[in-house]
Each structure stands twice: as C-alpha cells, then as structure tokens.
Ligand binder design. Sequence first.
Ligand code: NAD
Length: 296
Amino acid sequence: MSAQIIDGKQAAAQLREELARKIAKEEEKPVLAVVLAGENEASKVYVRNKKKAAAEVGISCEVLELSASIGEHALQEVIEELNENPHINGIIVQLPLPEHLDSQRILNSIRPEKDVDGFHPYNAGLLAVGNPEAVVSATPRGILKLLESTGIDFTGKHAVIIGRSNIVGRPTAALLLNHDCTVTIAHSKTKNLPDLVRQGDIVVAACGRPKIVKKDWVKPGALVIDVGINRVEGKLCGDVDFDNVREVAAFVTPVPGGVGPMTVAMLLENTYEAFCRQKQKSGHSCHCGGHGCSHC
Ligand code: NAD
C-alpha cells in the first residue's frame, strides 16, 4: 500500500484564490496588524511571508516593528491602540517575544474579536466548550481542512495527537473532539507512545521531534498529519518518517508542502472572517455570501 499524499500547497492555493475572489468584491479591504518585537531572524521571515500572502488575497498588512527592549506596559499600549482602531480587523503578535516579556499576558491584551491567531484564552475557551463562534487558530484549522479534503468521514475515529501545546496540540484535540472524533493527547511524559499511536485512525504529529513516528507505529490505513518542522543537517523534515510511513498509511502530509502552507491560508481566512463579523456588528454587510465565512 502506498499512501496518498495530501497536497497542502495546492489546497492552500485554492483557499487563497477563493478568498481573493470574495475580498475583491469588498469596497473596504480587511486590515491585519502584525506586531513584531525584536530582531529574531526567523520571525522576520515569517512576517514577510505573511505580508506577501496577505497582499496576494487583498488583505492589507501593517507590520509594527518594535524594539527588542520594549517594556510590557508599552507593548500593551500599542496593542490597545490597535484594539481601538476601527480600521484594524485582525491583530497578531509574532512569537517568540523577547524573553523579558510575558507572552500570554501580551496575547491576553488583544481584543478577542481581533485575535485572528485564536490564542486568547476567551477564544481557546469557546473552542473548548464547542462554541462555533470561537476564532480557531490557523494551524488546527488547516489540519482539519486537510483531513476533510480526504473525503473520509472521521466521526467516531480515534485521533491520536502527539503534542499538547496551546498553539497546536490542545486546539487540534478540541477541534477534532468537536468533530466527533475520540481523542487521545500524547506528550513528552506519555508512556508507550508507539502503542498508543498504533491505535490511531488519525495521527497528528506535533511534537517537534524529527521523524519520531515510525512505520511500525502507524495502523495500516491511518490518516497521518505531520505538523512538525525540523531542520536536520540543513534539510527540512517533519515529525513523521515520511518515506517509510507512506508504505502503511492511507493518507499522509509531506513536510514541506503539507500543514505549513495551510497555516498561512487559514490565518488569512481568520482575518477575513474577523472583518466580516466587525462589518456586521457595525450594521454593514460583507460579500462572502455565506460561503466560507461561517459568520454570514
Ligand atoms: P512545543 O514545543 O510548544 O510543544 C511540543 C509538544 O510536544 C509538547 O506538548 C511536548 O510535551 C510534546 N513532546 C515533545 N517531545 C515529545 C516526545 N518525545 N513524545 C511525545 N510528545 C513529545 O511545539 P509546538 O509549537 O506545538 O510545535 C510542534 C511542532 O510543530 C514543531 O516542530 C513546530 O515547528 C511545528 N509547527 C508547525 C506549524 C506549521 O504551520 N506547520 C505551526 C506550528 C508549529
């Protein structure tokens, strides 16, 4: 058996095209503010990529580059101004922040309706209680889209998530639970990880350990989503031993070209949805026609 490769690049390109078509009909354009504090080179590359991808779908992206030495109070004031600015629809704070700043406190200062990364505890809480109004963070939303693209009904399927971070593992578990999967979350203290993963009809690997998921860990016919991004000897690889796992899985995502491109596309989708919700709140309509924007 050789797995079908789920092409995240193609799925993301299609999503971005649809989004661009909808945004082209809007008189005003959605605006995303990106807060970048410090000189982290990888963060700068990520922000540049987000800005380029936003421009391609018609979202204007304002990057606020702040000094690495900015204090917590000053940064919260910057975010408060963005919260109050009616022209800004979405706000993201590029992580990691410089060490002296408390990331969660900073994220908590973003107004939940503009929290397009979905990292605010209010949105995480809505997701946890299964409320469809939650802004769901981009990576878990992308994972769900890729799973749905296989056409497999995953109701009642056992999903094993490796990783319990607030940005990937936990929200993915909540999302799949809300979609009627039976969910197991594994983490660094989990015992007998291979045995547990072997029970998964769906496996989501998000632990940042290069190629940890081996062929004999995977149930034949499983759906395997690889979220990991690792650099080994200068080459990118995921958390799944792709070349071998593809011999047993039914579907598997590649790295690069799987979850990564979907994450950016879903961030743009979240920004457009925030724009639509804010339009409606102020008594205006948007042009998504109820397709793709779950709030219309
Ligand atoms: P993290 O470091 O915050 O969390 C890693 C999690 O994995 C932790 O919960 C930890 O308990 C668990 N873990 C670590 N070692 C383990 C082991 N040996 N067995 C079982 N569990 C183990 O990382 P994160 O931010 O959740 O990211 C995870 C991976 O996904 C990283 O490689 C990251 O680069 C990647 N990532 C990719 C995207 C994307 O868009 N493709 C987005 C976010 C993160």
